[in-house]
Ligand binder design. Structure first.
Ligand code: FES
Ligand code: FES
Length: 173
C-alpha cells in the first residue's frame, strides 16, 4: 500500500484527503467514499466500460474517458474528473441525458452512465475539432463501440448520440 495525499477536482468540487491508499481503485473511491454511485461497476477488468468517467489531466485539457475499475487514485491524483452526477445543471438535464430519455435508449439503465460519459468526452472532442456530418457514425462508433449493454440498447444509444451531435451547433462541418 502506498499512502498519498489526494487532491482531486470532481464535478467542480475540490476533494482533498490525507494519507489515503494510492492503490485504491477510483471506482471504489467514487462509490464507497464519496457515494457517487452513478458510476457503476460490472466486469471489474476494464472490458465493459460501464465504469467510465471523464478525465482531464490539467484544466482546459481535452476530456478523456477512463475506466475507473482499472484506474488507481495515484494515477489521477491532481487532476480533474467529471462523473455522471456532474452532467446536469440544476433544473436541466444535459442534452445527452435528454436524448437518451427521448429515444428510450436504456432499459435497466446500468450501462447508461458509461455511454453518457464516453459520449460526453466525444462532444468535447468535436467542439475542439468539428467533423463532417458523414463521419458522425464512425465517430460514435469510436466513442462507444466498445461499451457493453446487456440489454442490447445499442441502436437507440447510437440514435440519441447522433441526434445530439447533429443538433448541437459547431460540432460538424
Ligand atoms: S467495470 Fe467493466 S470496464 Fe470497469
Ligand atoms: S440498459 Fe441495461 S445494460 Fe444497458
Amino acid at each position: 500500500m502506498s499512502k498519498i495525499d489526494l487532491d482531486l477536482t470532481i464535478n467542480n468540487q475540490k476533494i482533498s484527503r490525507n494519507d489515503v491508499d494510492g492503490t485504491m481503485w477510483l471506482n471504489d473511491f467514487l462509490r464507497e467514499e464519496l457515494r457517487l454511485t452513478g458510476t457503476k461497476f460490472c466486469c471489474g477488468i476494464a472490458v465493459c466500460r460501464v465504469c467510465t468517467v471523464a478525465w482531464q489531466r490539467v484544466p482546459g485539457a481535452h476530456m478523456e474517458p477512463i475506466r475507473t475499475c482499472a484506474t488507481t487514485l495515484e494515477h489521477v491524483n491532481g487532476t480533474i474528473l467529471t462523473t455522471v452526477e456532474g452532467l446536469a445543471i440544476p433544473g436541466r438535464l444535459h442534452p445527452l441525458q435528454e436524448a437518451f430519455l427521448e429515444n428510450f435508449s436504456f432499459q435497466c439503465g446500468y450501462s447508461a452512465p458509461g455511454f453518457l460519459m464516453a459520449s460526453y468526452c466525444m462532444l468535447d472532442r468535436l467542439k475542439r475539432s468539428p467533423i463532417p456530418k458523414d463521419d458522425v457514425d464512425a465517430a460514435i462508433h469510436d466513442a462507444v463501440g466498445q461499451h457493453i449493454c446487456r440489454c442490447t440498447g445499442y441502436v437507440r444509444y447510437y440514435k440519441a448520440i447522433r441526434q445530439v451531435v447533429l443538433e448541437t451547433p459547431g460540432l460538424t462541418t
